[in-house]
Write a protein that binds this ligand. Structure first.
Ligand SMILES: CC(C)(COP(=O)(O)OP(=O)(O)OC[C@H]1O[C@@H](n2cnc3c(N)ncnc32)[C@H](O)[C@@H]1OP(=O)(O)O)[C@@H](O)C(=O)NCCC(=O)NCCS
Length: 438
């Protein structure tokens, strides 16, 4: 694919963009070096050939584009091999549910690393700015990522759009749902997930605002064919499938026993995808009844969780941590807002500031359409915000009222209720949640 060179603070770099190659390809070395660089950046063990080969294979399946920054004048020995990039960046495209079942194209950014001996020279800024400009030129309305640290990405226009929480659920006699569940749950062969997991996820994806399309790895994990440590089979995984009253699968849980040395005996829930509220509660009812098990741990639980309200004793659910999960970055305000089905009528003028200049401007958000306003248009600005804030409220994960109270959105004195009006217009049909880590 592309290659370009440039001098940056403290060094000369060549930026190469390419498609990953499988281990069987004669061009595999570049892909392998790039994956090793990502492992290095996240302090993972190097040289796990099988894992690297599987990552390459799944990257091909995801249609990823890999970007690497390479030193044009490599440092002398004993510096690391110059064929290995000093910075990595990967992207792929899926869809984002923006509420009411509407899916829009999303540009997903991942594997962002800059090697310690090349940090703070502007590599991330360059890779991110150039990449977002390319996604915008392609007409993709929104970019997405998950962040290792919360202080990095706002400067590029990203805002937190959904949160998640880790829970530990006590499954002894106190675990009882208040109402009977519908449908039934069957223990299933993990290999059935190769086909079933994507089908069930596709339904859940249309049902949950904030949901992002998933990469290949998810179905392999649920099928017990992807161990995160080795890339090999994962024999610990067990699967339960929820069938609706007609016998159609509409949810699954993939889980693994933590071992008898863990006290109390605990199942780690690896993945729970439910296309309907009935499937969600049905799967929890099943998990809550696993013999010999006293606790279920889940890292990806929704913050606004029906399980808590469905239980006779909601205190069996203990929250560990609540974390920012999905970060969004609107690249085209007119396209992004036009795609939103507005829950309420209204007419608001938004002034948007953009640190990278992609979306700076004034926009009128009305029931019929979204329009860009000229600077000479006499309409007053009702709300003023950075693109990060518009991105945060985009799928309903936080209210504009909260962001106004936080001082992140300025409300025009002539229109004191404008943040609440925007909240009403952008309301989604159910709480936003994203089950896709990438
Ligand atoms: C985070 C990381 C990619 C930054 O790369 P970098 O090339 O050093 O960043 P840059 O020099 O381009 O800096 C860009 C801006 O981000 C800021 N920044 C960089 N890393 C930061 C951090 N960890 N926390 C807060 N701000 C950070 C810089 O101060 C700079 O700000 P400015 O341009 O507004 O002055 C790099 O430190 C890294 O690889 N960390 C380990 C892996 C990781 O955390 N990756 C993120 C995965 S989501």
């Amino acid at each position: 694919m592309g290659s370009e060179t440039g001098t940056m603070r403290g060094g000369d770099y060549e930026i190469r963009r390419f498609r990953p190659q499988p281990a069987s390809s004669s061009d595999y070395a570049g892909t392998e070096q790039w994956i090793e660089a990502v492992h290095y950046g996240f302090y993972q063990k190097p040289g796990r050939d099988e894992l690297t080969a599987r990552i390459a294979e799944s990257s091909v399946a995801d249609g990823r584009e890999l970007t690497g920054a390479y030193e044009t004048t490599p440092a002398p020995a004993p510096a690391l091999d110059a064929g290995r990039p000093v910075a990595t960046f990967a992207t792929f495209r899926k869809t984002l549910n923006v509420g009411h079942g509407v899916l829009v194209p999303a540009h997903m950014v991942t594997a962002v690393t800059v090697r310690t001996d090349h940090r703070r020279r502007g590599l991330l800024r360059r890779l991110m700015s150039e990449d977002l400009a390319r996604a915008k030129a392609d007409g993709v309305p929104v970019a997405a990522l998950t962040a290792s640290e919360a202080s990095i990405y706002r400067r590029f226009g990203y805002g937190v759009a959904t949160h998640e929480r880790s829970v530990s659920v006590e499954t002894g006699p106190r675990f009882r749902l208040a109402a009977p569940v519908r449908g039934r749950v069957v223990a299933a062969e993990p290999s059935a997930m190769l086909e079933l997991a994507p089908e069930i996820f596709a339904r859940a994806h249309r049902a949950i605002p904030g949901s992002l399309g998933r990469q290949e790895r998810y179905r392999l994990r649920a099928a017990g064919q992807w161990d995160d440590e080795t890339g090999g089979p994962d024999r610990a995984v067990r699967v339960a499938v929820h069938l609706d009253e007609q016998g159609t699968p509409d949810g699954y849980a993939a889980y693994a026993f933590r071992g008898w040395e863990t006290e109390p005996p605990t199942m780690a829930l690896r993945d729970l995808v439910a296309a309907t509220p009935e499937a969600y509660l049905g799967l929890w009812d099943f998990l809550g009844s696993l013999d010999l098990i006293e606790r279920i741990d889940w890292e990806d639980a929704p913050v606004d969780d029906p399980l808590v309200w469905a239980l006779e004793d909601p205190r069996v659910v203990r929250t560990g941590s609540v974390r920012d999960m999905l970060w969004l970055r609107i690249l085209d305000v007119e396209a992004a807002l036009s795609a939103r089905r507005l829950a309420h009528g209204g007419d608001l003028v938004l002034r948007i500031h953009d640190p990278l200049g992609f979306t700076d401007g004034r926009y009128r958000l009305g029931t019929a359409r979204v329009a860009r306003l000229g600077d000479d248009d006499p309409a007053q600005d009702d709300l003023v915000m950075d693109i990060a804030e518009l991105s945060s409220v985009y799928v309903g994960g936080v209210s504009p009222v909260t962001l106004a109270e936080a001082g992140r959105i300025q409300v025009g004195a002539h229109r004191p209720g404008a943040a609440a009006e925007l909240a009403g217009m952008l309301a989604v049909e159910r709480p936003a949640h994203c089950l896709t880590h990438f």
